[in-house]
Design a protein around this ligand. Structure first.
Ligand code: ATP
Ligand code: MG
Length: 451
């Protein structure tokens, strides 16, 4: 089992070769080596080297040093970044040595600092999983395996490097990372690793909330939402991150119609990710998670839900609040759900949708593709919401550092404004050609809104 050198990014190769010409050690490392060995296309290419950040700055003009805790280099090739980091050691093992000397050992081994240079072998060992700890020597065309990762690649197993009890206590985010690799790369989790993931689930709360939120959305955005959700629910991890939502997923009796639809929505998220080669936004993910309940409510009550804004708030709060989602993600998710509800109602009461924010149009486009895979939405309904000419143009992009103006009015029945009839005259022909393929509707721009 080895790596086809032709699949290596030429710019990553340039970085490695340049470093080697200057007498440094340099290897490809981490996710790219894992993915190439597993026959998957790497998301990005990372390099590990014994060159320090100042060395890297001297060697590469196109280099920016980033990171407060641990400084590493971003080497730019147009929009592409080759992340290049100096070999470092596991900071906990160093602290442990110091504690032994001073006799101050403690139970808390959470890593708070991570900034000590080390050797190539130490660098491999401080990594999280054996499949992520492999180096690839591009000159010799061989894998360097300090962590016994190759057998796990072959057996397709996620296993921590070293004692899982210690490795998850050092950094509980690794528990979520294990789920991510298992789901995304279709691997099994090694039984002892899995046992410790469950045991240490509650320590996820010790991690910085922003990291938890980021990993939660990463799990659901990257084409393996369905499997990730199964693993999160099975191992009690969902319970830790979004308890009320987890209760609904795993227990609440009497809501079966909606709950049974959740895996289909998650599967649809994954399919649309693969088809469009784009990741859904966080707002789309949140909308997809609660759409089963919204859809069932529309089916049962039609347009009779008294306060739709309030109802949608009840659906999304169990996700948005514990995750401390950003205001922008929260507003967009609610707005998308209001639009989605109009789509679901379209059979009964056709209306056109108006979307006047660029992000939301892309998001709605994605979400409609998801909905169309799950709900029996007729072509007639899609025609009803299909775009005409792009009457409503998107406003200028918001200035940097400022939240976009919220379209969400809490408590409003429907914040979707109605356009003057002149703008939506029947002379504007719908883009939809009635081919039977939803694609032509769903990929177009969404615009005008009239009932
Ligand atoms: P992806 O395809 O999602 O980018 P990746 O394996 O490259 O997967 P990154 O988050 O980009 O994951 O991290 C790069 C490498 O850094 C990992 O492969 C792993 O070796 C190491 N790493 C990342 N996070 C941790 C962590 N929390 N603890 C230990 N090592 C880590
Ligand atoms: Mg990576």
């Amino acid at each position: 089992m080895t790596i086809d050198v032709n699949k290596i990014d030429p710019d990553a190769l340039k970085v490695v070769q340049r470093l080697r010409r200057c007498d440094h050690l340099a290897y490809l490392v981490g996710g790219c080596v894992r993915d190439l060995l597993l026959g998957r296309a790497p998301k990005d290419f990372d390099v590990a080297t014994d060159a320090t950040p100042p060395d890297l700055r001297r060697l590469f003009r196109n280099c920016r040093i980033i990171g407060r805790r641990f400084r590493l280099a971003h080497i730019f090739f147009g929009p592409k970044i080759i992340e290049t980091s100096t070999f470092r050691d596991n900071p906990r093992e160093i602290e442990e040595g110091q504690e032994r000397e001073t006799g101050t050992e403690s139970d808390d081994i959470l890593i708070r600092r991570d900034n000590v240079f080390g050797t190539a072998e130490q660098d491999a060992r401080r990594r999280d999983f054996t499949i992520n700890g492999l180096f690839f020597d591009t000159d010799k065309n061989e894998v360097i395996d300090y962590v016994n990762g190759m057998p796990d690649i072959e057996a397709r197993l996620v296993r921590t490097i070293g004692d899982p009890d210690i490795r998850f206590r050092e950094d509980p985010i690794r528990i979520l990372r294990a789920v991510k690799f298992a789901a995304r790369c279709e691997l099994q989790i090694e039984p002892e690793t899995q046992r410790r993931m469950i045991e240490h689930a509650y320590e996820i709360e010790k991690s910085a909330p922003a990291r938890v939120t980021e990993e939660f959305f990463r799990l659901l955005r990257m084409g393996a939402a369905k499997r990730s959700m199964e693993l999160l629910a099975e191992m009690g991890l969902l319970q830790v991150m979004v308890p009320e939502f987890a209760n609904w997923v795993t227990q609440t009796p009497g809501e079966d119609a909606a709950r049974e639809r959740l895996p289909r929505y998650l599967d649809a998220l994954d399919v649309v990710f693969r088809e469009t080669q784009t990741a859904p936004s966080n707002a789309v993910v949140v909308a997809a998670l609660v759409l089963p309940r919204l859809a069932v409510s529309v089916e049962q009550d039609g347009d009779n839900q008294r306060d739709m804004g309030d109802f949608i708030n009840q659906l999304v709060s169990p996700i948005l609040i514990p995750l401390r989602a950003s205001r922008r993600d929260s507003d967009n998710a609610r707005q998308l759900l209001l639009l989605a509800r109009n789509v679901l109602l379209a059979e009964k009461r056709p209306r056109r949708l108006r979307v006047n924010h660029r992000d939301l149009r892309t998001d709605l486009d994605f979400l409609l593709k998801v909905i169309a895979r799950v709900e029996p939405i007729s072509e007639a309904a899609l025609v009803a919401i299909a775009p005409e000419a792009p009457v409503v143009t998107t406003p200028a992009a918001p200035r940097r550092g400022r939240e976009p103006r919220s379209l969400w009015q809490p408590g409003a029945m429907s914040p979707i404004p109605v356009l003057p009839r002149a703008l939506t005259s029947s002379r504007r022909r719908p883009a939809f050609e009635g081919t039977g393929a939803f694609g032509s509707v769903l990929s177009g721009p969404f615009c005008a809104a009239v009932d």
